[in-house]
Design a protein around this ligand. Structure first.
Ligand code: PMP
Ligand code: GLU
Length: 396
């Protein structure tokens, strides 16, 4: 079949593909230690599920306005006012089918052939693919372990050309866990204003910040920054609601209107029942957040202890999100557990899955050759057993 040129070269999401490979092996009866998907293992808190049931009983089972009901937009605006002191009107908010969809909307509304979008590496897998889908060109700017994987303002300034439309910034970052220091963010914000480009600030992990790190929304650096900022966020990570598919953008009115037109032609509204669940998440008790964060913090501590003992790897301690990202390139070109020799991170992940039944995601998918990502959004038991196997695989 003749597919469109843009889809012919489109790869599947590497995170989802890695999870599918692990599942396939599992289906053959093998116990697989799964660290692929960035998805909280907790069930969605009870009061959120109850709100969804109530919504169904109340008949909230019809189309809603294309970018969501006003009550949800108001709950989002209230949350940003309470959390960050930011004032957003509901005409600046568009709710979509998950933050991934929100990102797609923003890029589709802003970019086309000939445009450039700056993406610091390592980046979340879908960033470059979604830019390419618009016909625009991703311009990758490398960040390193030495800088804690934080984009330097000078490197950003250097990468900006007359074709640059926007910077895609993810803080805290998937896959590195980097939580940007406030001064670094502010320096980036100054470049954005000076060069007059836009920023897509993906803040979906904002609630998952560990001791010693802090978070500030990109839009808090002044009115001249707000008018150039599109915040992307959602309920997937903070409230363990990945399956409900609710994400949103906070953006200038004109862009929000464009996203609304786009979504009205494209998908119509996100699930009506999920919208009511999201209101309960944002407006109800936030105790569940603290509980889940405490569990993630325990797992992070454990992961750090285990990483410190793995031979010949390097890493930066994650300040946020739930990923450990480490460099395994010193293990390339020599026999590993099972006798396999691997030459890159993708081969490493394949051998690790086949030989030790441990599933990680290759750094190649995140624009970071030599690295692998481990999601610690899973139980302590799985982490313990998985690390035992990983350690044995590396200690030959
Ligand atoms: N941005 C980042 C950085 C992510 O890790 C994810 C998780 N898939 C998303 C956006 C999208 O989240 P969702 O579509 O589940 O809201
Ligand atoms: N964001 C998650 C991850 O990076 C979910 C999978 C996806 O949407 O790519 O694993």
């Amino acid at each position: 079949m003749q597919l469109s040129p843009i889809v012919q070269t489109l790869k599947p999401s590497a995170t989802i593909a890695a999870a599918a490979r692990a599942k396939e092996l599992k289906s053959t009866g093998v116990m697989v230690y799964e660290f692929t998907l960035g998805e909280p293992d907790f069930t969605t808190p009870r009061h959120i599920c109850d709100a969804a049931k109530q919504a169904m009983d109340d008949g909230a089972t019809h189309y809603t306005p294309a970018t969501g009901i006003p009550e949800l937009k108001q709950a989002i605006a209230n949350a940003y006012k309470a959390d960050h002191g930011l004032e957003y009107g509901i005409n600046q908010i568009a709710v979509s089918n998950g933050a991934k969809h929100s990102i797609h909307n923003v890029l589709t509304a802003l970019c086309g052939p000939g445009d450039e979008v700056i993406i610091p590496t390592p980046y979340w897998v879908s960033y470059s693919a979604l830019v390419e889908l618009t016909g625009a060109t991703p311009v990758l700017v490398e960040t390193t372990e030495e800088s804690g994987f934080c984009l330097a303002a000078e490197d950003l300034a250097e990468a900006i050309s007359h074709r640059t439309r926007l910077l895609m910034l993810n803080n805290p970052c998937n896959p590195t866990g980097a939580a940007f220091p406030i001064e670094t963010l502010e320096a980036i914000a100054r470049v954005i204003v000076e060069k007059d480009i836009l920023v897509l600030s993906d803040e979906i992990y904002e609630k998952l910040i560990y001791e010693g790190s802090s978070f500030k929304s990109f839009a808090t650096f002044g009115d001249d920054v707000v008018e150039r900022t599109v915040i992307v966020n959602g309920v997937s990570k903070a409230y363990a609601m990945t399956g409900w598919r609710i994400g949103w953008t906070l953006a200038p009115v004109e862009l929000t209107a464009a996203i609304t037109r786009l979504q009205s032609q494209q998908t119509s509204n996100p699930c009506s029942i999920s919208q009511h669940a999201a209101i309960a998440a944002l407006s109800g008790s936030q105790e569940c957040l603290a509980d889940m964060l405490a569990r993630f913090a325990e797992r992070r501590e454990y992961v750090l202890q285990r990483l410190a003992k793995l031979p010949n790897i390097s890493y930066v301690e994650p300040g946020g999100a739930f990923y450990a990202f480490f460099n395994v390139s010193q293990h390339f070109g020599r026999p590993l557990g099972g006798g396999k020799v691997v030459n890159n991170a993708t081969e490493f992940c394949t051998a690790l899955l086949e030989e030790a039944h441990v599933a990680l995601v290759t750094g190649d998918a995140f624009g970071a050759p030599g690295y692998v990502r481990l999601s610690f959004a899973t139980s302590m038991e799985i982490l313990e057993a998985g690390f035992d196997r990983l350690e044995a695989f590396l200690t030959v």
